[in-house]
Write a protein that binds this ligand. Structure first.
Ligand code: TRP
Ligand code: SF4
Length: 394
């Protein structure tokens, strides 16, 4: 299977998003990540050295794989092969993820929603955690404020992007409001000691206890679909960015410790690449010139696409002679992740870019047009979705 990111594999991505608890270091495998430095992640290294498996090796076993899987955006997994039979049979598994309500949603967040939709079509039940306890501990956001952001910014957009959160097979909850979750967190806490936490997160003696506690709530999030209340032990997959892997490793350890008593299975996970920011750096909620926010107007979105960094050459002549560089191009990445459905059409753009027959100006206008169409559609759906989102917690 052709991978649209062949040369992208070598690409290093700035790892700023690894900061969750600002003053801490996170450790991935035995690789210490400095949240303040311009830390860098090499996806190849993650796959080769840190126990994350190459997704492309199991791609062929999945019937009708999701677009992000086919295109190599989802590059790694843990234990996903164990889930494939259930996915192909369209039964007996769950997908779970969580969101920390803080900033604004941007186009990069759409990736997780696209994946949730795919699993849902494959028969999964869906568990969605609103991590208000995490946003309190990590960002000092009150529970009231977090709920407001979650409903109006996050859930409304999840619905607008096509996820039916009112379906019986969906469980959306606020961490702070969920008694089963908090009881489970307490039971989990009994199975972890300080050395375990330090080995995974690099915590030290002056770490705030809230920071120690919150990852345990996330472990409970991930195990919740396997509790009695949700039908007992089952296969669960957690689609995340690789910054969440420490939490998954912790959960897998704890699931093993609780297996005898509760029957918990180790959760599977998948890891997707980050969307590059419009400037070529990492896309970040707090840097408006790097991201397209979901609450922007179609015109603004169109404009931002047009101002994005391309993989084009200095001059037109040079471009004609040498061709463009799609693997270093933000526009191309947008087409791959979000804007072009048809694989053949994408292939054509790639070829014409590389053989020098497609010019960036033209290509940008096309991408900007597609983005504008997408936002026009989104605006209509957002108008209806706010009320639905509000009704979820009535
Ligand atoms: N920690 C995640 C974030 O920062 C949010 C989250 C909470 C989550 N619970 C989860 C993610 C469970 C995956 C699974 O965005
Ligand atoms: Fe990017 Fe398109 Fe230019 Fe190629 S032609 S470098 S894909 S903008």
């Amino acid at each position: 299977m052709d991978n649209y990111f062949n040369s992208f594999d070598k690409k290093y991505i700035n790892y700023y998003s690894f900061i969750q608890f600002k003053e801490r270091y996170y450790i991935l495998g035995d690789f210490l990540i400095d949240p303040w430095g311009s830390s860098i992640v090499d996806y190849d290294k993650l796959v080769n050295q840190f126990g994350i498996k190459d997704f492309s090796e199991i791609l062929g076993e999945i019937e009708d794989p999701a677009r992000l899987m086919k295109r190599g955006v989802i590059f790694g997994h843990r234990d996903f092969d164990k889930l494939v039979p259930s996915i192909n049979a369209k039964k007996d598994f769950a997908v779970m993820t969580g969101m920390m309500p803080s900033g604004q949603m941007h186009i990069g967040h759409k990736m997780v929603i696209d994946q949730l939709k795919w699993y849902f079509e494959k028969g999964a039940s869906l568990s969605l955690s609103i991590a208000d306890m995490e946003s309190y501990a990590a960002r000092g956001i009150s529970f009231e404020k977090a709920k407001d952001i979650a409903v109006h910014e996050y859930l409304a957009n999840y619905i607008a992007l096509g996820l039916d959160l009112t379906d019986d097979k969906v469980n959306v909850y606020l961490q702070s409001q969920n008694k089963t979750l908090n009881d489970l967190t307490f039971k989990i806490a009994k199975r972890v000691n300080f050395n375990n936490m330090r080995a995974i997160y690099g915590f030290n003696e002056s770490t705030n206890i809230g920071h120690l506690y919150v990852p345990l709530v996330q472990v409970a999030d991930i195990l919740l679909p396997q509790t009695e209340e949700f039908g007992g032990p089952k296969q669960v997959v957690v689609p995340v960015g690789v910054d969440q892997d420490p939490h998954l490793r912790l959960t897998r350890d704890i699931a093993a410790k609780m297996n005898e008593e509760y029957g918990f299975l180790a959760p599977a996970s998948t890891y997707h690449r980050f969307l590059t920011g419009l400037t070529g750096d990492k896309m970040s909620s707090s840097k408006p010139n790097t991201a397209i926010y979901l609450n922007e107007t179609p015109k603004q979105a169109e404009k931002k696409v047009k101002s994005s960094k391309t993989g084009g050459r200095e001059t037109l002549d040079e471009q004609k002679e040498l061709g463009g560089r799609p693997d270093e191009c933000v526009i191309y990445e947008m087409l791959v992740y979000h804007l072009v459905d048809d694989d053949k059409e994408l292939e054509k753009i790639r070829e014409e870019c590389m053989d020098g027959s497609l010019m960036c100006g033209h290509c940008k206008v096309h991408a900007a047009e597609l983005m504008k169409d997408f936002f026009e559609d989104l605006k209509v759906k957002q108008e209806e979705s706010v009320e639905i989102a509000e009704s979820l917690f009535d």
